[in-house]
Design a protein around this ligand. Structure first.
Ligand code: COA
Length: 261
């Protein structure tokens, strides 16, 4: 797929996906949703990609759903509106389930669906002056499609407080509710991300992906089922080449071979 609304580059195992509609603060319409779904599905399956950084071009990370596109919904049938919303939901799901570690690089603002994108990334690194908000109710609409992902990330209590008021909040609150993990001055955001990428590069690529999937698996079952499941996961990882190499490298006081890749 040729991307019109995204910029994509891959270097040294790191894919960078940049929302590229700065004139509307990287608001997403049907085209951008399609492109994001395609990019994350492709990068997730690319064996050369170790991690993905999602960022926004221009002044801000993302102002959420494109309100001109939403306004055009008036001319669409209910079925067409449902199809649009389902496509958006599938896009969030694709990012959420992307097997590779994902990092959101937030600056300016992450509002509405923009916060939704934060909720589906594994690690969120934010500029210290960024603002966040589930602002949909201010527009008379709902944080609907993003809600399963946002509630899973911040919990019911914060979802109730923030979905209902639509209030905007800063990075301190975003960190307190588990939406943001690291905060840096705007001009040091990339340094902070490079440090994280260094951590990811030194972790076993296969172990990282299985750990990500295991979190979802464990959350979906009760303790008895998770006891069986986690025993299977660690037992099979221990005997992989990667598991053996990681342990041997530690005992030999050298770096594991994937660190040099
Ligand atoms: N959809 C469509 N256009 C949007 C948009 C959105 N979600 N967010 C911003 N834009 C457009 C503005 O209409 C404006 O267009 P114009 O230049 O034709 O007037 C342009 O982007 C710049 O917006 P502006 O508000 O001047 O930029 P800013 O840098 O001062 O502020 C935001 C950026 C994101 C904080 C602000 O635009 C905003 O609050 N947007 C609404 C976010 C929102 O509530 N999203 C929820 C969607 S469900």
């Amino acid at each position: 797929m040729l991307y019109q609304n995204l910029r994509l580059s891959t270097e040294d195992g790191v894919a960078r996906v940049t929302l590229a509609r700065p004139e509307v603060r990287n608001a997403f319409n049907a085209d951008l949703i399609r492109e994001l779904s395609d990019a994350f599905a492709r990068l997730g399956a690319d064996p050369n990609v170790r991690a993905i950084v999602l960022a926004g071009e221009g002044k801000t990370f993302s102002g959420g759903a494109d309100l001109n596109w939403m306004r055009a919904a008036l001319d669409c049938t209910e079925e067409e509106n449902i199809e649009d919303a389902l496509a958006m939901s599938d896009m969030f799901r694709t990012v959420d389930r992307c097997p590779k570690p994902t990092i959101a690089r937030v600056h300016g603002a992450a509002l509405g669906g923009g916060v939704g994108l934060c909720a589906v990334c594994d690690v969120v690194v934010s500029a210290s002056d960024a603002i966040f908000g589930f602002t949909e109710v201010k527009l008379g609409i709902l944080p609907a499609v993003i809600s399963p992902f946002a509630i899973a990330k911040i919990g019911r209590s914060h979802a109730r407080a923030l979905f209902l008021t639509g209030e905007r909040f800063g990075v301190d609150r975003a960190m307190a509710i588990g939406l943001v993990h690291h905060c840096a001055d705007a001009d040091e955001l990339d340094l902070s991300i490079d440090r994280l990428l260094g951590e990811l590069r030194s972790a076993g690529p296969q172990a990282t992906q299985i750990a990500k999937r295991m979190i979802e698996e464990v959350c979906a079952v009760d303790y008895d089922a998770s006891r069986e499941l986690t025993a299977k996961r660690i037992a099979s990882q221990r005997v992989t080449r990667e598991g053996q190499e990681g342990i041997r490298a530690f005992l030999d006081k050298r770096k594991a071979d994937w660190v040099r890749q």
